[in-house]
Design a protein around this ligand. Structure first.
Ligand SMILES: NC(=O)c1ccc[n+]([C@@H]2O[C@H](COP(=O)([O-])OP(=O)(O)OC[C@H]3O[C@@H](n4cnc5c(N)ncnc54)[C@H](OP(=O)(O)O)[C@@H]3O)[C@@H](O)[C@H]2O)c1
Length: 300
């Protein structure tokens, strides 16, 4: 099969769409013929070497943490899914012709492949953040970085819960945030005052998706530091903020079921820009720029 790969750390120029060994579904897993796989910042952090802990590159690296496709192998112990079913989900090395998924949900038939692929990691992360924060109807939440992959999903999933959502973006994405159902504020200097003005005071929860605003500023908006959850500022734990990397605090099967339901109901709408796999480097250059609206998705 073919897979996106790299043999040296660097920029998007190290990527190659080339031959690779096909993976197989182990116990509790499924394999899919990939119809689309999304780009996430973790992918370029990986090929840039930022996740290597300073170790030199060994062997070949592969990319991708989510995808949508058609099931073609069902691992031992897996129930409720059959060869030929259309699914979306999370796995590793998904930017390939075939990929193994660890968690999945049936793809709603009304949702196209690229949107389904885009929903995996961003949707699971959003469900996790909102669950950890206990966001419920009537709450006010501030989502710092509301226009990107995770942010746009989190805004809509919080709105679907009946929360009032205030979200930040650059000037260019203020109208997009309003379209998603949030009260937009500009990030950067003055963001705290902007949120206070929009909320009429503090908020019940802060979901830091971007990791760019000083942690003290985010804490000043919440009833207590633990009501700030960040997925992108890994130093923030020292201040009492909850840092989530998606390990034991992740409930991926439940999250993806919820995400698929919201997609089917049009309560979660994901704006996607697609690229063929052999132009993945172009998608990664855009992702590295840090101002993605919605999601970038690779298709075979
Ligand atoms: N820990 C986890 O489990 C987990 C899971 C998924 C993602 N992540 C991390 O979370 C981060 C976001 O991921 P993503 O997929 O949503 O990225 P993305 O799609 O590239 O989105 C980036 C967004 O950040 C916004 N942004 C840029 N500068 C900002 C600032 N100063 N303040 C607030 N927002 C700002 C941009 O808005 P404008 O375009 O309007 O500038 C853009 O919409 C990445 O670092 C990623 O690695 C962590």
């Amino acid at each position: 099969m073919r897979a996106l790969q790299f043999t040296a750390y660097g920029g998007p120029e190290v990527l190659e769409w080339g031959d690779a060994p096909a993976p197989h579904a182990g116990p509790g897993q499924i394999r899919i013929a990939v119809r689309a796989a999304s780009v996430n910042p973790i992918d370029w952090k990986t090929f840039a070497g930022a996740m290597s802990g300073g170790q030199p590159m060994v062997g070949t690296g592969y990319l991708g943490y989510d995808a949508a496709g058609v099931v073609d192998e069902v691992g031992e112990g897996v129930m409720g899914i059959s060869v030929g079913d259309d699914v979306l989900g999370r796995g590793q090395n998904t930017q390939a012709e075939y990929a193994v998924l660890d968690s999945w949900a049936a793809k709603p038939s009304s949702i196209d492949w690229a949107v389904a692929a885009a929903a995996g990691l961003a949707g699971e992360t959003s469900e996790r953040g909102l669950r950890l924060l206990g966001v419920k109807a009537g709450d006010t939440i501030f989502i710092d970085g509301g226009a990107g992959g995770v942010g746009a999903a989190a805004v809509q999933m919080a709105v679907a819960r009946g929360a009032k959502v205030i979200a930040s973006s650059s000037e260019a994405n203020q109208d997009y945030l309003a379209e998603l159902g949030a009260t937009p504020v500009l990030y950067g200097e003055g963001v705290v005052a902007g949120v206070r003005a929009a909320a009429g005071g503090g908020v019940d929860a802060v979901f830091d998706v971007a990791g760019k605003t000083a942690v003290d500023e985010l804490i000043s908006l919440a009833p207590e530091p633990a009501q700030v959850v960040t997925i992108a500022n890994f130093a923030a734990g020292d201040a009492g903020v909850r840092v989530s990397g998606g390990g034991a605090d992740s409930h991926p099967m439940k999250a993806l079921a919820q995400v698929a339901q919201l997609l089917a109901q049009n309560k979660l709408v994901i704006k996607v820009q697609t690229f063929p796999f052999d132009r993945a480097a172009d998608a990664y250059r855009i992702s590295q720029g840090g101002h993605v609206r919605g999601k970038l998705v690779l298709i075979p």
